[in-house]
Design a protein around this ligand. Structure first.
Ligand code: NAD
Length: 473
């Protein structure tokens, strides 16, 4: 049983002013594995004050100093990779292969930011003016539970690379990962107050950060409804806002696709991170004349997909993070059935042979139309919808007929053809015949999937403001 009773403010681990205790669970067993003492609005204010005090000196550090700091942070987090990996499995339920990737990603984003900073020119010319990219001020960074350590490090990396100081509000459900990352980052010996980490509830700590006049920039990853409330909360003080929100990503299977090759990719894209991924490909668009063939391959592939113990290396779908999330996924499966979609794999309840833990059955519906609830709303679990289309124009229209626009996938035997389709998709990222990640490429959404971009030079500029200086010579 882990007791986490400190927050990190002004370079020191301190007992929070807040005194609410929040239970942490192992989602595979439903057992309580720890308790975290949550910070409150007063703690958030203290953290913001510390970041504000640290800003004048930190914002004047040069590129070289900040690259050194990012490298030290990378080494410190990398040194904790195994501990972090254990926590990600225990506290979040990620299957081992995913957990290993997540634990490594947390340190690698810091190194990626150092590379971006290396190549970035903070000063450029526009006509007669000199344009200087200047750090915005104190940044409020708010993360979700589905990749907590990676988001803490990724957002901090970009903010600090830019010369901003930061207050991080991690998900309250991921406090063990947060403790490990915080201890690692403390060991990197940055100046006091440059970053502060306060775990607390969204309605208190998150709301305080989102509305506080001394916070210049908000970077939030989480659900679309909370993203909208953060945008409203920041409006009074005109905060710069980056929002990475939900998705309902289309997977467009063109009529020439080789199903032996692409069905495994489509299923992986849908069930990645146990379906708890904003970029999951949850609407699979298939040419109507090849539907029966596609369904048969999907049934085989899902039968091979193991849902269960995250520590079993064969498992690719672990438990949902919480009872609430489990119930949400069950509710959507019921809605799909009630709306007349046809189950071709999975369904309600736990997988066979499992009677505890927040496990769900990897589920695929066919005969889904794009106006059904399961095709429109983000489920955030391993529940996929197959939707048929007549021709390529119809496929593109269905793909774009969504409030979201985070990611899309196009699969075809002809890459040029797939790229032509990709050019017509309204999404921040389109993956053509691949599931690869590119850390230097911008990441973020069109429409209600968000505002702004993270990663690479676009992500760095989200923490900078251009200032034009005009002089006589
Ligand atoms: P959430 O929106 O409930 O919470 C995210 C964070 O916001 C948490 O730290 C939470 O405590 C905080 N929060 C809640 N209410 C707040 C408020 N009023 N003010 C300020 N902060 C508040 O999301 P979640 O359930 O933790 O994560 C799942 C959601 O995140 C999904 O919808 C998913 O699509 C989205 N997500 C998006 C991306 C992306 O990059 N686009 C990545 C991962 C997850």
């Amino acid at each position: 049983m882990q007791i986490i009773d400190k927050v990190y403010i002004d370079g020191t681990f301190v007992t929070p002013h807040g005194d609410e205790l929040f239970e942490l669970f192992n989602p595979a067993t439903e057992q309580v594995i720890g308790r975290v003492r949550l910070a409150d609005a007063q703690d958030a204010s203290n953290a913001i004050s510390a970041a504000k005090r640290a800003f004048p000196a930190f914002s004047r550090t040069d590129k070289r100093e900040r690259i050194d700091m990012l490298k030290r942070m990378h080494e410190a987090v990398a040194a904790k990779e195994d501990e972090l990996f254990e926590a990600i499995i225990e506290e979040y339920g990620a299957p081992v292969s995913r957990g290993r990737w997540m634990a490594r990603h947390a340190s690698s984003v810091l190194l990626e930011a150092a590379k971006v900073l290396q190549d970035y020119a903070f000063t450029r010319r526009a006509g007669t003016a000199e344009v200087v990219m200047q750090p915005l001020g104190v940044a409020g960074l708010i993360t979700p539970w589905n990749s907590n350590a990676g988001f803490i490090c990724g957002k901090l990396a970009a903010a600090l690379a830019a010369g901003c100081t930061a207050v991080v509000k991690p998900s309250e459900m991921s406090a063990i990962q947060t403790r490990i990352v915080t201890e690692a980052l403390h060991a990197a010996c940055l100046p006091a107050g440059v970053f502060n980490i306060v775990t607390g509830r969204g309605e208190t700590v998150g709301a305080q950060i989102s509305s506080h006049p001394d916070v210049a920039k908000l970077s939030f990853t989480g659900s679309t409804p909370v993203g909208k409330s953060i945008l409203r909360a920041g409006a009074d003080t005109l905060k710069r806002v980056t929002l990475e929100l939900g998705g309902k990503s289309p997977v467009i299977v063109l009529d020439d696709a080789n199903f032996d090759q692409i069905v495994p990719l489509a299923i992986q894209a849908g069930f990645m991170n146990s379906g708890q991924a904003c970029i999951a490909g949850t609407r699979i668009l298939v040419p109507s004349r090849r539907l029966a063939e596609f369904e048969a391959r999907v049934r085989e592939e899902v039968a091979r997909t193991q849902a269960g113990d995250p520590r079993d290396p064969q498992t690719s779908v672990g438990p949902m993070v919480s009872r609430k999330q489990w119930e949400r996924v069950q509710r959507y499966i019921r809605i799909g059935i009630d709306e007349g979609a046809r189950l071709i794999a999975g369904g309600e309840g736990r997988p066979d042979g499992i009677d505890a833990g927040w496990f769900v059955r990897p589920t695929v519906f066919s005969d889904v139309t794009n106006d059904m609830t399961i095709a429109r709303e983000e489920i955030f679990g391993p529940v996929l919808s197959i939707i048929t289309y007549r021709d390529t124009d119809d496929a593109i229209a269905i793909a774009n007929d969504t409030n979201y626009g985070l990611q899309a996938y196009v699969f075809s035997a002809d890459e040029e053809r797939a790229r032509a389709v990709a050019s017509r998709i309204e999404a921040g990222r389109v993956l053509v015949n691949t599931l690869a990640h590119e850390p230097a490429a911008p990441f973020g959404g069109f429409k209600q999937s968000g505002i702004g971009r993270e990663y690479g030079s676009f992500g760095l500029e989200a923490f900078l403001e251009p200032k034009a200086v005009l002089a006589t010579s």
